[in-house]
Design a binder for this molecule. Sequence first.
Ligand SMILES: Nc1nc2c(ncn2[C@@H]2O[C@H](COP(=O)(O)OP(=O)(O)OP(=O)(O)O)[C@@H](O)[C@H]2O)c(=O)[nH]1
Ligand SMILES: [Zn+2]
Length: 394
Amino acid sequence: MAEASISAFSARLTGSPAEKAVGDPRALAMRAVHRAASELRRGTPVLLDGGGESLILAAAETVGARGLAELAEAALAAPVLLLSASRAAAVLARPVSAPASPEEVPVALRLSPALLAPDSLRSLADPVAEQLLPESPQIVPAPGFAEALPPAAIALAKIGRLLPALVAAPASPAIAARLGLLSVPVDAVLAYPLSAASSLARVAEARVPLEDAPEARITAFRAADGGIEHLAILVGSPETAEAPLCRIHSECFTGDLLGSLRCDCGPQLRGAIARMAAEPGGGVLLYLAQEGRGIGLVNKLRAYTLQDSGLDTLDANRALGYGADERDFRVAATMLEALGIPRIRLLTNNPDKLAGLAACGINVAGRVSHLFAANGVNDGYLQTKKARFGHLMG
Ligand SMILES: Nc1nc2c(ncn2[C@@H]2O[C@H](COP(=O)(O)OP(=O)(O)OP(=O)(O)O)[C@@H](O)[C@H]2O)c(=O)[nH]1
Ligand SMILES: [Zn+2]
């Protein structure tokens, strides 16, 4: 890009998210969620404030003795373990979802004092760390829990890329505050994915000639919570093309950077850029910070271990308590809008991406197949994409 257009771009850069947060209720709500997720990641309990009722929560994966003691002090009743229905079914070795209770409704397990300890909690949360439990925990209904609280608790753990398993108890906000524990409003948690997507702002741009595309620029987008950045790689001048080629690529550390043979991400990434470079109108690749279809790298590694013991990619996600695909493509819609690209031809084999983008108002003029041959290691993975995700193979 010429220097003149770089400075024009600089003029379009919005202020830093921190500046925008002053007095902005949405930014403040996002900040509370981001902080709460960080607290859970470091093993500290947080209060999920439901207005009338509140829950004190700690992540089963990270909580230690001190966190459990703090949780017990703020709790008004015995804690339970909140698990996604799929993980609860695995722990109990039987189905738990009644037809009336959909998969998204978490299950509360009552735990004996022996199970309410850091090591057992980690085993209950993590199928990879699972040991033979000394006793069977019992399913209990969640008495006194406002309906929105358990799903929001699970959502908060997922925002923190933690295993969706939490120790939870009805709690006193006053005691939690006295203990210095952070409080997060339930509405802020539920609104977070949309707020994060719609608050994305351009924060930097640079020309980065690539091996396969000498005319390339990278534009970075950041959400108002200061979370991980998403990137747009612009090849040529897609902003001026009528419906440029577009690839919406979810980050894959193992495939994109290391050349892992377990998936097809590396060839898809490089292949998309090379293809855009060969197009007269260029193209745009959105590189989204949605590692592992939105479950994060650590959980993807856990999923790989489960796949090595026989599960496919979809069932491995579910065994961890995650959905098959946790990505939210609204971030892509915001980025394309900010880039001034309202109409695209999408490089994908995934019909859900087409539907997801259309639902966000992106005009997808057509799909361009983006298939790469199996490599002898990822054959089963590609087969599962076709059989269980409905991927189009042509
Ligand atoms: N959870 C999980 N994620 C995986 C696995 N293998 C690859 N991924 C992730 O899947 C994402 C790749 O998705 P995309 O390249 O967008 O592919 P797609 O949605 O299947 O569809 P296409 O557009 O057709 O490629 C990356 O974030 C990878 O880290 C796996 O076994 N488990
Ligand atoms: Zn991959």
